[in-house]
Write a new protein. Structure first.
Length: 321
């Protein structure tokens, strides 16, 4: 048992994690109140469901992004990789018709890029920002090359059911998001892998002294991000009924914003998965509310950046207490 795992399971660490919730919750509550006053449609059942459905893809990116940031890394290739995985899924589905084969191709695409990112960071010791900047360009270029800049339209009832279908009255998309959260939560808090994720950012020397191959787990973190991105491509393709070469470009920004707003720090392995979920809902509510108010997308990006700054300011004040 290393120092990091003891810290993770201690009451003090749990209390510290709980202290992050009020800040994120206040931000989310303020956004809901503001948009509820600005638009009568915001709190309608249909719109709240829409926020949930639209937030699932972001959640599937933000969950592994949390783990990556906890290792003091970052993955800015996720948006481009999501786009490429969606294009691959749509292409296979359009030519073969098998959704399972198409999904497998999408996940493999994500896994290959995730392993590439992880190995370059862990083994070659390249900065995560530089590595993922490069793979972002590769993924974006391949998506454009494969489609010639055009959408790959698919018509498949099974694919449509992924986004529009429901199980026991619950939309399947929400169920996929819930399963993704549950799996990530289990990995982070109930497995040795999760203990090592905390240690990679908080005390990597302890892993080395314990004879643990830290590089293997660091590669696994990025690989997990690639797999989750490949799964998210299923929802994105189902929502659009196509694979478009620019569909998710820039979504990594929203994912990083959600993680930061949720209280995860770029230093010392500090992170909390439930905070990321609240951060995803905050970004989703902000995007949805601004859309209802017909705010241009360029201004929306600025507003999300402002949201991140506010969250960091709150954290800085809390850190001085």
């Amino acid at each position: 048992m290393n120092d990091s795992s003891i810290a993770v399971n201690s009451p003090t660490a749990f209390a510290t994690s709980l202290s992050r919730v009020p800040g994120v919750a206040w931000i989310l509550g303020l956004l809901v109140l503001t948009f509820a006053l600005a638009s009568r449609d915001f709190l309608s059942g249909a719109n709240l469901l829409n926020i949930g459905l639209q937030s699932v893809i972001l959640l599937m990116l933000a969950l592994p992004m949390t783990l990556i940031i906890m290792t003091e890394g970052v993955d800015i290739s996720m948006g481009a990789l999501l786009t490429l995985s969606s294009v691959v899924l749509a292409w296979v589905l359009a030519h073969d018709g098998s959704l399972m084969l198409a999904l497998a191709a999408s996940i493999i695409t994500g896994l290959v890029f995730g392993l590439m990112n992880g190995m370059l960071v862990a083994l070659v010791k390249m900065p995560p920002f530089v590595v993922t900047l490069g793979t972002m360009g590769v993924a974006q270029g391949l998506a454009l090359l494969a489609t010639d800049g055009q959408s790959i339209v698919v018509s498949n009832d099974t694919l449509q059911a992924v986004y529009a279908g429901s199980l026991a009255g619950i939309p399947q998309t929400l169920l996929i998001g819930a399963v993704g959260y549950a799996v990530t939560h289990w990995l982070l808090y109930h497995t040795r892998f999760g203990t090592y994720v905390f240690a990679l950012g908080g005390n990597p020397d302890a892993l080395k002294l314990a004879g643990i191959r830290a590089n293997v787990y660091l590669i696994a973190v990025y690989a997990f991000g690639g797999v989750m991105t490949g799964l998210a491509a299923l929802i994105l393709t189902a929502r659009m009924s196509s694979g478009h070469p620019t569909a998710a470009i820039g979504m990594e920004f929203d994912a990083i914003a959600a993680v930061v707003v949720g209280g995860t720090s770029f230093e010392h392995g500090n992170g909390w998965l439930f905070g990321t979920l609240l951060g995803v809902l905050a970004v989703g509510a902000l995007r949805n509310g601004l859309n209802l108010l017909t705010v241009p997308s360029s201004v929306q990006v600025s507003c999300i950046g402002l949201l991140v700054i506010v969250a960091l300011v709150i954290d800085s004040f809390k850190g001085k207490k």
